[in-house]
Design a protein around this ligand. Structure first.
Ligand SMILES: *[C@@H]1O[C@H](CO)[C@@H](O)[C@H](O)[C@H]1NC(C)=O
Length: 225
């Protein structure tokens, strides 16, 4: 008789356990809070952030920030958008909580180019204007949706997504929550063709995109690389 080690049910349970393990957000803190110590110069970093201050020295202002109160400069780049994030510097009380809040300002006709966050899922709410958002899954399916003020949309962890202002005259505003204090971001076009130092060799890009050296140089230049 077969042992039940490989029964479909057990396989399913093992599979689920594995999946849940991989889907874990940032690790749980071992204390109520760990206000990042940004005041003294640090040589020691825990999870990329300075160590915590003495919890008895924490004040309400450590848990508050106005970092997202003003729009970012959307004219400083060709995409016409600017993303302002909370982090352990402007909101030290957020340290170890596994959370980030993002303010996303997008000019008329502007967009946040396709990008992914290796360490976080993102849920966004449209507060002003009209947004078209979308993401690609690993089966090459494309999910897209138009958002009006009050509408929300989820970008699953690690998947390439974008936000675009569908209005030709008015700016749009969205706010996102991400389930990591350090979500990380890779802009698909910029990472592969412009900002990475040293860049991916032209030979690889020519084969990957089926283009010639002139095209590679032109796209690099257009993207400011
Ligand atoms: C976003 O806006 C800030 C100032 O509000 C500016 O310093 C920064 O360069 C802008 N970022 C981009 C990518 O344009």
């Amino acid at each position: 008789m077969k042992t039940n080690c490989c029964s479909p049910l057990l396989q399913l349970l093992f599979g689920l356990a594995l999946l849940l393990g991989l889907a874990k957000p940032d690790p749980d803190p071992l204390q109520d809070y760990c206000v990042a110590d940004n005041r003294s110069p640090q040589s020691l970093f825990l999870n990329g952030a300075p160590p915590c201050i003495d919890p008895n020295r924490a004040t309400a202002s450590d848990f508050a920030t106005s970092a997202l109160s003003r729009p970012g400069d959307t004219l400083a780049n060709s995409a016409g958008s600017n993303v302002t994030l909370t982090n352990t510097v402007n909101l030290p009380g957020l340290n170890t909580m596994g959370l980030t809040l993002a303010r996303i300002d997008i000019e008329a006709n502007g967009f946040v180019p396709p990008h992914s966050h290796p360490r976080a899922s993102e849920v966004t709410i449209c507060l002003k204007g009209e947004l078209v958002v979308g993401f690609l899954d690993t089966s090459n399916r494309f999910y897209t949706q138009k958002l009006l003020p009050g509408d929300s949309f989820v970008f699953p962890k690690g998947l390439i997504h974008f936000l675009s202002n569908a209005d030709e005259r008015l700016p749009a505003l969205a706010v996102s929550g991400l389930n990591s204090q350090n979500p990380g971001v890779q802009l698909t076009s910029l990472a592969s063709l412009a900002t990475t130092k040293p860049g991916i060799p032209d030979e690889i890009l020519k084969k990957a995109y089926q283009i010639n050296g002139v095209d590679v140089a032109r796209i690099r230049r257009n993207l400011g690389g």
